[in-house]
Design a protein around this ligand. Structure first.
Ligand SMILES: [Zn+2]
Ligand SMILES: [Zn+2]
Length: 350
């Protein structure tokens, strides 16, 4: 077994302390990654505080982290995709059944037997507990690790493994590109990636936000327009003008005003999870043949495609790099949306 050092919380107070545990030895198809950076995703916070206790109760001690990048330090005898010294990434899951229609079509996140989540889950044996990226090493089957070809700032690559693919996948599914008007609702960890990606795909991008103070940032990220949503007078002139809208907001809000902005055949995708259900009138979709959809991260092939797209277009997440002793403060600030736009823990020499 491989001795691993990480940071765990032992209860829902989410106080992080050093924690030692074991990972499996490197098998024939495994690689060992020395973790350099781990992003802080909002779902880390929900699980650290056991806020999803009804659907996904937290099994303490919890080592979160599913936005992971590092260097390959050991490879198994049958590994072909990686060599020692390569940069590799790990996202939200580390294995799946490999046989069901979701797995064989490259959408392992929807594995019928449930994928092995990177943390707060188990391996496919349903016994071995998984621990995440707030740690110094990870052992993973090469088929579930991603190749990172980016040459720039590795810290900014980490959030691509969750926030990046969460926004990339729906933009691609609805074929966002030149000549299209795209709306991004909310400018947080997800929204800022949505802006960068949609702009790189060639779309004309509008950011919708409740905060007038975010206009400067939105334009600096590449957005072409900025709309303050609190005043309906700002929304009315845009009725029927958008091809695609990506809603990244997790706070309760009415999505109907955005459906009204879609033109003929337009589509809106939600990736945020507000606590309360939304009520949508069927006529909002019927008039204009509109589509309302959701999206959950992406499979391994599309996550690799996203990383390659980001490397080619020099896209990384805007991050604030912290040391592990700052995790609790970073959690508090993330909850208050006081971060531009993602905290990333420096696990080098942590
Ligand atoms: Zn995440
Ligand atoms: Zn499967």
């Amino acid at each position: 077994m491989i001795q691993t050092k990480g940071y765990a919380t032992h209860d829902e107070n989410a106080k992080f302390v050093p924690f030692e545990f074991e990972r499996r030895d490197v098998g024939p198809n495994d690689i060992l990654i020395d973790i350099a950076y781990a992003g802080i995703c909002h779902s880390d916070i929900h699980q650290a505080k056991n806020e999803w206790k009804d659907s996904m109760p937290t099994n303490y001690p919890l080592v979160p982290g599913h936005e992971i990048v590092g260097r390959v330090s050991q490879v198994g005898s049958d590994v072909t995709k990686f060599k020692v010294g390569d940069t590799a990434g790990i996202g939200c899951f580390v294995d799946s059944c490999r046989e069901c229609p979701s797995c064989t079509s490259g959408q392992e996140q929807f594995c019928h037997k449930q994928a092995a989540y990177t943390y707060n889950g188990t391996e496919m044996d349903r016994v071995t507990k998984t621990y995440g990226g707030y740690s110094d090493k990870y052992v993973i089957d090469e088929n579930y690790a991603l190749k990172v070809n980016a040459t720039g700032d590795l810290a900014g690559v980490a959030p691509l493994l969750c926030a990046g693919i969460t926004t990339y996948s729906p933009l691609r599914r609805f074929k966002v590109g030149p000549g299209q008007k795209v709306g991004i609702v909310g400018l947080g960890g997800l929204g800022h990636m949505g802006v960068k990606l949609a702009v790189a795909m060639g779309a004309e991008v509008t950011v919708f936000s409740t905060s007038p103070s975010k206009e400067g940032d939105a334009l600096a990220l590449g957005a072409h327009h900025f709309v303050v949503t609190r005043d309906p007078a700002n929304m009315t002139p845009l009725t029927g003008t958008f091809n695609f809208i990506l809603d990244t907001v997790s706070a309760d809000h009415d999505i109907n005003p955005y459906l009204n902005l879609l033109g003929l055949g337009g589509a809106m995708v939600v990736v945020g999870v507000p606590a309360s259900p939304n009520v949508v009138h069927s006529l909002s979709l019927i008039f204009g043949n509109k589509t309302l959809s959701g999206s959950l991260i992406g499979g391994i092939p599309e996550t690799q495609e996203m990383l390659d797209f980001c490397a080619e277009h020099n896209i990384t997440s805007d991050v604030e790099v912290i040391k592990p002793d700052y995790i609790e403060t970073a959690y508090d600030r993330t909850v208050k949306a006081d971060v531009r736009y993602r905290f990333v823990i420096d696990m080098n020499n942590a």
